[in-house]
Write a protein that binds this ligand. Structure first.
Ligand code: 5GP
Ligand code: ZN
Length: 140
């Protein structure tokens, strides 16, 4: 399946709903999480719809994983966090709220106690400023 009609992330790929994009390539897209757990919280998705780890093709999984590594290096260089938490959920019971495969990258500071989900939507201007810093570090 290349897209799912009711999928919010497919709509972001198609530009049907707005998002703050960081970078993309043929197979993957990086964009800012609308409700960040910490500043710089980003998501990496395959452009082709797959609900979860069990459904994604090996080629897309490899492409997403390469993008995650590139992005982790860029976040380290742009934001200098003490660590980066990487989270990927499968099924509602595991905390998955959007059923399109995605990987969270959450910059962490020493001693910070946060979950995977933020409490409130971020301001679009703040997301755009962080996206620009990360984009610069990606060389995208
Ligand atoms: P999950 O809960 O499925 O692991 O993660 C879904 C993530 O997608 C959440 O962190 C949530 O804030 C984010 N999200 C949900 N809807 C949208 C949206 O329309 N735009 C963006 N940029 N992020 C979204
Ligand atoms: Zn989708």
């Amino acid at each position: 399946m290349t897209e799912a009609t009711d999928c919010v992330f497919c709509k972001i790929v198609q530009g049907k709903i707005p998002s703050v994009k960081v970078a993309e390539d043929a197979q993957t897209l990086i964009f800012m999480d609308i409700q960040p757990a910490s500043p710089g919280h980003t998501l990496v998705i395959p452009k082709t719809h797959a609900a979860n780890l069990m459904e994604i093709t090996e080629a897309d999984l490899f492409a997403v994983t390469k993008t995650v590594q590139r992005l982790a290096r860029a976040i380290r260089s742009a934001l200098a966090p003490d660590g980066i938490r990487i989270v990927q959920t499968n099924g509602a019971a595991a905390g998955q709220t959007v059923l399109h495969y995605h990987v969270h990258l959450i910059p962490m500071q020493e001693g910070q106690r946060i979950g995977t989900h933020g409490r409130a939507p971020a301001k679009s201007e703040e997301l755009k400023a962080l996206a620009e810093r990360i984009r610069d570090a990606l060389g995208a």
